[in-house]
Design a protein around this ligand. Structure first.
Ligand code: NIG
Ligand code: FE
Length: 415
């Protein structure tokens, strides 16, 4: 199966095949070609270049991208799209002045979602999550990480992870699963946080590993949630069972999450709204990737993570959606592109690197996706007609994704 995309106004996001993450000033370095073509064979990019060099190409499918920008599809390395219902009641409470922590302390927040998830069937959860995932695909994502964490009992955590498995089978996107049993203390363990941590380690993790339903282990390591010591216990146990750490850290406070993540070889530490200079220095001396979630800062009215400082320090910064019902109910990566530029002062090119190759790196997948290279997967977005690449984040809120190509196949066309 051969796909040809021709007459591309700008083909952006080009990298050498052996570049697996972009650090610091390299984030500005993805190349582009004006007036380009691209060919993919059996899902893999096999050639691209200026139109003048295209020659005669026969293809099974042809996209004429006249006036359009083509760029690597987004890799969303952090989401919580399996959930039941929604939480706009808490949205009202927050507008009226309550903080995220106050909502949680009163038994709302994550526990609210856990109650609803408990009474939902696997089929209901799957249908709702599938709709959300399709919305993410239609807005340009081809790789999506999905976390458990609204179960908070072994049975319900496994129910969520089975739903994630079904998403993987049903969707054209690549789906990665993360076990987040330590997202909050389950209701049955109220006031017995350490016992809950022991339950996560002794009951949940062995079963999750035995059933092979997750690749990563996550902990909400933050003020009012889990301590660095408890996080260490869970990561240690997860690692024994072959689960690689990827954690929530420093969203609400500079709470030692970054350091515990680094100590346990976390692939990424995510959020970092409260990260400080010491955290950035420590990250600099590690291979742990700092992932920022501008949708959570926007929706929850939190500070934006110091992404600019991280880039100046030479770190590889990914951007992910954190799509979840409490702190960021959107998986629209194009909107995050705008937020990264406007609120974090990333250039349009740096933000594109954060949304693509560095997101893939935060999932250990960047060897074969996240950029335009001969030999990488043909996971691509074809925009609507636009004046330039920068118009995409500039025109925030405008739906500008026309086609999404995953594995060399057009999976959706937006009107
Ligand atoms: O990443 N911070 C922790 N977890 C989610 C929010 C979960 C929720 O409120 O439902 C997040 O923001
Ligand atoms: Fe999250």
């Amino acid at each position: 199966m051969r796909l040809l995309i021709k007459n591309i106004k700008t083909l952006a996001g080009i990298l050498p095949l052996d570049t697996e993450r972009l650090c610091g000033e390299q984030m500005q370095s993805m190349e582009s070609i004006d007036g380009a073509y691209l060919v993919a064979d059996d899902g893999v990019i096999s050639s691209f270049g200026p139109m003048a060099q295209m020659g005669d190409v026969e293809a099974d499918e042809v996209i004429d991208a006249e006036g359009r920008v083509v760029f690597p599809a987004f890799c969303d390395s952090h989401s919580h799209i399996v959930y039941a219902g929604s939480r706009e009641g808490e949205f009202r409470d927050k507008i009226a002045g309550m903080t995220y922590e106050e909502v949680a302390a009163r038994g709302g927040g994550i526990l609210n979602s856990a109650d609803r998830l408990h009474i939902s069937s696997e089929d209901e959860l799957f249908e709702a999550a599938q709709r959300r995932a399709w919305r993410m695909i239609r807005t340009g994502a081809a790789t999506i990480e999905v976390k458990s964490g609204y179960g908070l009992t072994t049975e319900d955590e496994l129910k969520m992870l089975r739903v994630i498995e079904r998403l993987r089978e049903a969707l054209p996107a690549t789906i990665k699963a993360t076990f987040l049993g330590a997202h909050a203390v389950g209701r049955a363990f109220k006031g017995r946080q350490q016992e809950y941590v022991d339950y996560v380690c002794e009951d949940m993790i062995p079963k999750v590993a035995e059933q092979g339903v997750a690749e990563f282990v996550d902990v909400f390591c933050d003020r009012g949630f889990f301590t660095p010591e408890q996080t260490a216990q869970i990561l240690e146990c997860g690692k024994r069972y072959g689960l690689r750490p990827k954690i929530h850290a420093n969203e609400l406070a500079s709470s030692g999450g970054v350091q515990v993540g680094i100590a346990y070889g976390a692939l990424s530490v995510d959020h970092l709204e409260e990260a400080n200079e010491q955290d950035v220095l420590d990250l600099k001396n590690s291979s742990t990737i700092p992932t920022v979630l501008p949708g959570a800062s926007f929706f929850s009215n939190l500070p934006f993570a110091p992404a600019r400082m991280m880039i100046e320090a030479g770190l590889p910064v990914p951007i992910a959606s954190d799509c979840n019902p409490g702190s960021s109910p959107s998986g629209n990566m194009k909107m995050l592109w705008s937020l990264a530029c406007i609120k974090m002062r990333l250039s349009p090119e740096e933000a594109l690197a954060a949304l693509t190759i560095n997101g893939a790196a935060a999932l250990g997948l960047s060897a074969d996706r996240g950029a335009v290279s001969v030999g990488r997967r043909a996971d691509l977005v074809v925009s609507k007609p636009v004046p330039s690449l920068a118009y995409l984040p500039y025109s925030f809120g405008e739906e500008l994704v026309e086609k999404v190509v995953i594995n060399g196949k057009i999976v959706c066309t937006n009107e």
